[in-house]
Design a protein around this ligand. Structure first.
Ligand code: SAH
Length: 251
């Protein structure tokens, strides 16, 4: 009688063959991650579906790819990190996104959040201040075919006055307050989400503009890396070496 090894296609010949290692199926891991997000209270079907489609394992270092679908932040080099999936889902849900919106992201990092926004049908303008991340992530997003993401290099706390106003703004690094130029560049009826606070105590803060009057509401306690730059955490050395103009380099 012919038997087959569990989990593999190989015929069991009775010899002591090494079992081939089956790489985990990213699709199944992603579906599991989405179920976990639902269990944690994420209800926005569009966000869940976008996160079910974006291959998060391609946005982290190869050695960490096996952990890509766990609900945890991961290092991406240069002292920065990719946010945990729950935080990406929560921030995206609070932004009440729909196709066609113009979204400004400060802190491109790995590009994962930008990819989720693009997958939701938004046009994304994303700014990064670490040149290597700007370049590497720009190339990755391009090679993955994201054509509605425009990557910029520079101090994101200045925003992108030439492309303003934006329907939505998302800041994925934490400063002591929401940078004033970004509030200005938010369209009337726009929504901005950002972690705000000290290094130790931060709150996700959602700012709704109705007319010219922004109303802020605090949500979950969070931990993000520093928002550097003129309107960010001024103590950071990196802030001083940033160009004062945000520039776009075509990738
Ligand atoms: N959205 C990212 C999260 C990256 S972590 C992702 O999905 O992976 C935050 C990023 O913000 C870091 O890459 C950091 O370099 C960047 N950052 C911090 N201050 C900034 C500033 N003033 N302008 C632009 N980027 C900034």
């Amino acid at each position: 009688m012919t038997t087959y090894c569990f989990n593999c296609q190989y015929e069991d010949t009775g010899r002591d063959l090494p079992l081939p290692e089956r790489p985990p199926d990213p699709k199944r891991l992603r579906a599991r991650m989405v179920r976990l997000l639902q269990a944690r209270g994420i209800r926005d079907e569009r966000v869940l579906s976008a996160m079910n489609n974006v291959p998060r394992h391609l946005f982290v270092q190869k050695a960490l790819a096996v952990q890509a679908y766990e609900d945890t932040p991961l290092p991406i080099g240069f002292g920065q990190s990719i946010s945990q999936p729950y935080i990406v889902a929560l921030m995206s849900s609070l932004l009440k996104l729909k196709p066609g919106l113009r979204v400004l992201e400060i802190g491109t990092g790995s590009g994962y959040q930008a990819a989720v926004l693009a997958q939701l049908g938004c046009t994304v303008f994303t700014v990064e201040c670490v040149p290597e991340l700007y370049r590497e992530t720009g190339n990755l997003l391009h090679s993955l075919g994201f054509r509605s993401i425009y990557a910029f290099f520079g101090d994101g706390t200045l925003g992108l006055p030439d492309a303003a106003p934006f329907d939505r703004i998302i800041i994925t690094a934490c400063g002591p307050k929401i940078p004033a130029p970004l509030v200005e560049q938010l369209d009337k009826n726009g929504i901005l989400i950002a972690p705000v606070g000290s290094r130790e105590h931060q709150r996700l803060t959602c700012l709704h503009k109705s007319g010219d009057h922004p109303v802020a509401r605090e949500h979950d306690a969070v931990i993000f890396v520093d928002l550097v730059g003129i309107h960010g955490r001024g103590t950071d050395q990196r802030a001083k070496s940033l160009p004062s103009e945000v520039g776009r380099v075509f990738l």
